[in-house]
Design a protein around this ligand. Structure first.
Ligand code: G6P
Length: 479
């Protein structure tokens, strides 16, 4: 029997902007490796590990030339970026242009021609690195996310023998927004080099198909795209997920349970712990959430220190101006709420601008009575799924933005429009007051969904789909 790519029989080459580990330089000049931030790495690491595959990516620091090495069951191939490329390709085009544009302009996209040149140069470097390391015909290469949208076509030109998949972890915007991009056609043509393009939601795939028809003149039938040169590909939704079994196991460990109890004690044994966990990013709706929470305190509908809010905001893209501005605004807002509502030794908001290991996160999830996941726009949001996967006790409520991909699946959450501050306040109060039996019913249903559609199922659905597209192509090519 032929193995589905991504199982032990067929190693997969994952190409992502970041490696799963970042090299960090410490104060004394020495370096150490740390886990990389974000949902992409968390989801793909188990996939590459279980297939004994290869990961091609940037080690997270400028001017770092490293030889390939093996780590945690993966072959790791580092791609170096100069300081200027970090500024123009990563901070510039990827995170100053594409990120705000693709998240429905929740931030202002900057169109800078130099950044586009750097984006092309760096994408070509990634494509060249993969062309060198990928094995012979039929090898599966899986390109990840908005930083590398030109790689599929660049790679196909050098290695037409490969099977090329692409997965977009973030939203794909509607045509009216996407059409502003001066390089809209080049990006679509880059993606059309793939055999299969995956998106988080059906709406993202539909937006992409529309953009492909408008810019590149392709014909689409359902999810199938006819390129006009005889080659066919597909674009469809494959909602990403978490390693539910691993998180469930972690959350049941005695040390995790003990740490959760300790956290509650350290927070002063409040009646209710409300939690937010985000990268400090303007798409995450942190300011809207703080405004809602602050108003509930002002109006006396919630009372500190009976109720506390813990907001983990992990540092992200700190050299990009919009992120610096957001950090200032969040910190002023937290300071104001604490000034008005804290007591000595009992802050109303515990604000943690830090990154924690997954063991600590599992304990925080267990300690929290309510998790607020209220992004203004988010591809999926794996924090929501991690929370559900950790709540083996079937307790805890989830307040979830309808603008997160996770809202398509976690229907039993308290769904909110995060722009509607009054609606958000009502949802927070309902999530706090919900009867335990009702909370358990909701959590059980969400846990069933996340454990059935976990990250392994996501990967095998995508890689199985890629194999099918590539095979039907081979059949058509046969005499
Ligand atoms: C999101 C993106 C990822 C990215 C992560 C962390 O999850 O989809 O591609 O890696 O954020 O952001 P960073 O810029 O630090 O890689």
């Amino acid at each position: 029997m032929r193995g589905v790519a991504g199982t032990r029989e067929t190693p997969v080459v994952v190409v992502a902007n970041r490696l799963p580990v970042d090299q960090v330089t410490l104060g004394d000049g020495s370096t150490e490796w740390r886990p990389s931030p974000g949902g992409l790495v968390a989801a793909l690491e188990p996939v590459v590990q279980s297939s004994g595959g290869t990961w091609v990516g940037w080690p997270g620091a400028p001017d770092t030339e490293l030889d390939p090495f093996d780590a945690d069951g993966m072959h790791v191939v580092p791609v170096a970026l100069s300081a200027e490329e970090v500024a123009e390709y990563y901070e510039g085009f990827s995170n100053g242009t594409l990120w705000p544009l693709y998240h429905d302009v929740t931030g202002e996209p900057v169109f800078e021609r130099r950044w586009w040149d750097a984006y092309r140069t760096v994408n070509q470097r990634f494509a060249d690195a993969v062309a060198e390391v990928a094995d012979g015909p039929g090898t599966v290469v899986w390109v990840q996310d908005y930083q590398l949208q030109l790689v599929p076509d660049m790679l196909r030109r050098r290695r037409p023998d490969l099977r090329i998949g692409f997965f977009d972890h973030i939203p794909f915007p509607g045509w009216e927004i996407y059409a502003r991009l001066p390089w809209r056609k080049q990006i679509i043509d880059g993606l059309l080099g793939a055999d299969l393009i995956g998106f988080q939601r059906g709406g993202d795939a539909a937006n992409f198909l529309r953009a492909a028809r408008s810019t590149s003149g392709v014909v689409t039938r359902g999810s199938v795209i006819e390129r006009g040169d005889g080659r066919q590909l597909r674009a469809a939704a494959f909602p990403i997920s978490v390693d539910a079994a691993a998180l469930d196991e972690l959350s049941r460990r005695p040390e995790t349970l003990a740490r959760a109890a300790e956290l509650r004690r350290d927070l002063g044994n409040p009646t209710t712990i409300v939690l937010g966990v985000d990268r400090l990013d303007y798409t995450k709706g942190i300011l809207h959430r703080l405004r809602a929470y602050g108003e509930l305190l002002d109006e006396g509908r919630l009372g500190a220190p009976d109720v506390v809010l813990v907001q983990v905001a992990s540092p992200s893209r700190e050299r990009v101006e919009e992120y610096q501005r957001l950090r200032d605004e969040v910190e002023v807002t937290v300071g104001r709420i604490n000034g008005d509502h804290s007591a000595v030794g009992h802050p109303a908001v515990h604000y943690l601008h830090q990154t924690f290991p997954k063991e600590e996160m599992a304990a925080l999830y267990l300690a929290a009575d309510v998790l607020l996941v209220t992004p203004l726009r988010d591809g999926m949001n794996l924090v929501a799924k991690e929370y559900v996967a950790c709540r083996h006790d079937e307790r805890g409520s989830l307040v979830l933005s309808e603008f997160a991909g996770a809202a398509d699946e976690l229907r039993q959450a308290f769904l909110v429009n995060p722009w509607d501050i009054d609606g958000l306040k009502d949802a927070v109060l309902r999530a706090i007051a919900v009867a335990p039996a009702e909370a358990a019913r909701r959590m059980r249903a969400m846990r069933r969904r996340v454990s059935e559609f976990d990250v392994h199922r996501w990967a095998s659905a995508f890689l199985g789909g890629l194999e099918m597209v590539a095979e039907s192509k081979a059949e058509r090519a046969a005499p």
